[in-house]
Design a protein. Structure first.
Length: 466
């Protein structure tokens, strides 16, 4: 059935509705590089307009697809026809309450902008996905985004206190609290966080803030053997130091970045770890010394601590250059965000080397050693069918390996379309059925972001999404 365009226009106004194919094109993609067009895109101004759109969806039986910045990696916001509800006009930081260290924001606020406003008041909103300069708070909460700081500070779910949500049946509910404690009823805030736009559309968000750390120190450690690097990560924590960041670059990544930057990186080393500690200035020098000692005891060939902001910037340069460096290897990549218990990182990396050899692929690993989240990039040219097939086989085998190691197939990016064929492998048939029943209870007509999570779709793997 075609969309009731005039009724949608009556809700949001003609200035806030797109229907022309060339306008819709921008809303047909996310960072997964899959593509599928909506029939229209509406930009509501507030919760009551979102609710009115969802009401129309129920009465006319069309699908709605909530959208933030479209930076998701798994196709979670992609429409298949229907109406995209773009949340970008709800972009106000409503309040930063310094006394209670909480903030209330609308979902279209760009996360990095919010962090900067909090920082001006001496406060920190810790979740730090690399996409924070452009992804939205609504998208971050829907995907439970995380980043390098997770090792010390946790991920998005650890900071969400409460939500205002438009349910798939159009009612507006408030979940959670604005206090540090609150145990009334089921924890719907947690249920909604990470629900990937399938259970409700957030129109207001209450988060917890913490005092911003006084100072930061950065250092790197070069390890001839990757097993030693993994041991060092555990040893640092056992020595009662929790760094805010412990980023690992494997040998393939070091080589790719060196080819790109020519900055004299040790291409023979199996791993470099980039470590940051933050906290009271008075404690940090001794923490850096202790970390350097632990790393050397564990087999680091050398360590280097930054003595100035410029040196810190130089140490981060290799980490920041990974993406452009990889784009020189092949035109495309499958970026998997698998996560294993920290101690299993060497086993994972060895298994990945095996996969690369077996399937004749370049696979580059880097990521958050502190929390076991290793970004596994299978480099490929999507136009070469055979390479696509080999990459798809490697992904399937990678997921089995990760689950055997006690890990998860996604630490950050979520399920969406790209990982929908594998969700059952991790949560089991009964687990998936429980999730499906929650979805059916809240969205009986299946109008909110349908075709994700519960519908195994292999088109991403096969490169045939249209
Ligand atoms: C260069 C790059 C780096 C990245 N780095 C990281 C990283 O370090 N860590 C990480 O976790 N992710 C990362 N990502 C993935 C992505 O940025 C995150 O998933 C982010 O949370 C998506 O936010 P968005 O605003 O772009 O949401 P979108 O991509 O627009 O949508 C994502 C999901 O959220 C839903 N959604 C959006 N707004 C709402 C709302 N108001 N209510 C309900 N549902 C909503 C959508 O329906 C969809 O299911 C990266 C992506 C890129 C391109």
């Amino acid at each position: 059935m075609p969309l009731p365009i005039s009724q949608i226009r009556a809700v949001v106004g003609s200035d806030h509705l797109l229907t022309e194919p060339e306008e819709l094109h921008c809303y047909s993609f996310d960072a997964s590089k899959m593509s599928s067009a909506p029939e229209a895109v509406a930009f509501p101004a507030d919760a009551s307009q979102v609710s009115a759109l969802v009401k129309l969806a129920n009465s006319h039986r069309f699908a709605v697809y909530p959208r933030g910045s479209g930076s998701g990696m798994v196709g979670a916001c992609l429409p298949r026809g229907g109406l995209v509800i773009a949340m970008n006009r709800l972009n106000r930081i409503v309040e930063i309450d310094t006394d209670n260290m909480t903030a209330t924001v609308e979902p279209g606020v760009v996360t990095g902008n919010f962090q900067k406003e909090a920082a001006k008041l001496g406060l920190l909103y810790p979740p730090d996905p690399a996409s924070l300069p452009f992804s939205t708070m609504g998208g971050n909460i829907a995907m439970c985004a995380g980043g390098p700081r997770a090792v010390k500070y946790g991920v998005t779910r650890d900071y969400v206190l409460g939500l205002e949500v438009v349910l798939p049946t159009a009612e507006i509910i408030r979940t959670g609290v604005r206090t540090m404690k609150g145990v009334v009823g089921y924890d719907l805030t947690r249920l909604m966080t990470g629900s990937e736009g399938t259970l409700g559309i957030f129109t207001r968000i209450i988060v917890r803030l913490i005092p911003a750390p006084e100072s930061v120190r950065t250092l790197t450690a070069v390890f001839p053997k990757i097993d030693d690097a993994a041991v060092a990560v555990s040893e640092i924590l056992k020595n009662r130091i929790i760094p805010s960041t412990m980023e690992l670059l494997d040998q393939a990544t070091i080589g790719a970045v060196e080819n790109y930057l020519h900055m004299g990186l040790p291409v023979d080393a199996e791993a470099i770890i980039l470590i940051e500690v933050d906290g009271p200035e008075i404690l940090l020098d001794s923490q850096v010394e202790k970390i350097e000692l632990v790393c050397r005891r564990c087999g680091a060939a050398r360590t280097e601590a930054a003595r100035s902001a410029a040196e810190r910037d130089r140490l981060w340069r290799a980490r920041r250059s990974i993406s452009p460096a990889l784009s020189r290897i092949k035109s495309g990549k499958m970026n998997e965000d698998v996560t294993v218990p920290r101690s299993r990182i060497p086993a994972l990396i060895r298994a990945i080397r095996g996969l690369a050899e077996k399937h004749d692929l370049v696979i580059v690993c880097f990521g958050h050693a502190g929390d076991g989240n290793i970004h596994t990039n299978i480099m490929l040219d999507r136009k070469i069918e055979d390479e696509r097939k080999r990459a798809a086989m490697a992904v399937e085998e990678l997921f089995s390996i990760v689950l055997d190691l006690g890990g998860t197939i996604s630490g950050e990016h979520g399920i969406g379309i790209a990982k929908s064929p594998f969700i059952e492998q991790e949560v089991g048939a009964a687990g998936l059925d429980a999730m499906r029943r929650i979805k059916e209870a809240l969205d009986p007509l299946n109008i909110m972001n349908p075709g994700k999570m519960f519908v195994p779709d292999r088109s991403f793997l096969e490169g045939s999404f249209a």
